[in-house]
Design a protein around this ligand. Structure first.
Ligand code: FAD
Length: 425
């Protein structure tokens, strides 16, 4: 695939997603003052709330989100690498209120009653809904790795939800001596952001290369292959040769036990490793409110891919990381794309109409070095009732010159700016 066609494809992906969000409905025709409650003000939930109001100004849309400031996981790895300050990935809900007329409530949803169609909040409020959208992201399976819980994460950060954990890990890296070892433990699939751990390794390698060149990175992995593996490994060879060691599942890479005080990790077949800075990315599951609403089946939530309505509870839609939408990856772009489709589907359903056949998109850049970017882009459609990859798309070419990799690093910055504006602007 040529450079031009990849760029055009990525641009087309975004356009297709936006059009899909708008195409099926006529503005302003929904039932008067129907109430939609959206839980979670991250990539999926904030996009849904905004697009619901853009599609139908009559809708009463309430967005529940505990935090006043949302720190994006996208580009949090660049904060760890010292390429950006934390403040550059912070977003607020001002535009949601003033520009889009969304009622933003800073609280936590604690209970859902699907029969009465109510959501109870930690602040004591109970909200009635006609349609409920859950986009709570992920929770961690504390204890799945023996010794790793919320308390241990204060010593061995996960930094898999951005904010204070990002700052904690960055400070530990800054305090580490040159010649130290950074260890990252990666989970088995499925988990939030499949390329995320490997972008993190790249950014920390960049920091070490420029500030602590004698240091090493050890990746202990609970799987035998990972997203964009060939491209990452090519980038590591080109930029950080000899610094990074990857231990896959088949070579005893799966961490099963940690000692937060000694920073010692134990793997399934008995290997032991000690790091100076240790980052555990724990196994994950849908956010707790999904379990409370009874929309989960095990760790994640089954949905009808045409509308993302739960297959377990009527009038509750589950999107983003919490949903089972494979082969779509658990990414911010996926969540936002799903949010647009769901907004359109809900407006149509509230009008008693059949939602249009959707298409979804995912475009994801990973920054391997300041001037070295790689990407993946795909369109998804519903085929025979299941989510499927549409023809076209794919990853960056394996062979590309420095100018191409540099251009992709610049596109990553544009991607971030455009998407943050799309979700919170
Ligand atoms: C290191 C890293 C790098 C990443 N890089 C990228 C990238 O480059 N590109 C990309 O597309 N994706 C990336 N991702 C993935 C992306 O962050 C997630 O896929 C995305 O955030 C999922 O959106 P979501 O709406 O499902 O969840 P979130 O964006 O996490 O939003 C969930 C929100 O719900 C709120 N919430 C949870 N429970 C409740 C409740 N009971 N009541 C009220 N609110 C609640 C939370 O406070 C949170 O704000 C990255 C992830 C990581 C960890």
């Amino acid at each position: 695939m040529t450079r031009i066609s990849r760029r055009e494809f990525a641009a087309g992906v975004a356009a297709a997603a936006a059009l899909t969000g708008f195409a099926p409905v006529v503005l302003g025709q929904a039932r008067a003052r129907a109430r939609v409650v959206v839980v979670g003000g991250g990539f999926g939930g904030a996009t849904t709330a905004k697009y619901l109001r853009m599609l139908d100004r009559n809708l009463q849309v309430t967005l529940i989100e505990p935090s006043q400031t949302f720190y994006t996981c996208p580009f949090s790895n660049l904060v760890l690498g010292g390429l950006r300050p934390l403040q550059s990935i912070a977003h607020n809900y001002n535009a949601m209120r003033t520009k889009h007329g969304v009622n933003v409530v800073h609280s936590t949803a604690t209970r859902v009653d699907p029969a009465k169609k109510t959501v109870t909040l930690a602040n004591g409020q109970t909200l009635q809904y006609d349609k409920l959208v859950l986009s709570p992201g992920v929770d961690f399976k504390w204890g799945a790795i023996a010794g790793y819980d919320g308390k241990a994460a204060q010593l061995l950060p996960h930094a898999w939800k951005a904010g204070p954990q990002t700052t904690l890990l960055r400070r530990q890296l800054e305090a580490m001596k040159d010649g130290g070892t950074f260890i990252i433990a990666c989970p088995a699939d499925p988990f939030r952001c499949p390329p995320g751990p490997y972008e993190r390794v790249s950014m920390i390698a960049h920091y070490f290369k420029t500030k602590k060149p004698k240091s090493k990175i050890l990746i202990l992995d609970a799987k035998d292959n990972f997203s964009k593996q060939g491209l990452f490994m090519g980038g590591w060879k080109a930029l950080y040769d000899g610094m990074i060691e990857w231990v896959p599942l088949s070579k005893d890479g799966k961490v099963v036990k940690v000692d937060p005080k000694t920073k010692q990790l134990e793997c399934e077949l008995g290997a032991k490793h000690k790091g100076d800075v240790v980052n555990i990315v724990p196994p994950q599951k849908a956010g707790a409110i999904a379990m409370a609403a009874g929309v989960n089946q095990g760790d994640w939530c089954p949905i009808n891919p045409a509308t993302f309505e739960s297959t377990k509870q009527k009038d509750i839609h589950v999107i983003g990381d919490a949903s089972i939408a494979a082969p779509m990856p658990k990414s911010g772009f996926s969540a936002s794309s799903q949010g647009k489709v769901v907004a359109a589907a809900i407006v149509a359903m509230l009008q008693g109409k059949e939602p249009s056949a959707p298409s979804f998109a995912n475009t994801c850049y990973s920054v391997v070095g300041p001037d070295y970017g790689i990407s993946v882009a795909n369109v998804y459609v519903v085929k025979d009732g299941k989510m499927a990859v549409a023809p076209g798309g794919g990853v960056s070419p394996a062979q590309a010159d420095a100018a191409f990799r540099k251009a992709e690093a610049r596109y990553a910055e544009s991607w971030y700016k455009a998407n943050a504006a799309e979700v919170w602007g």
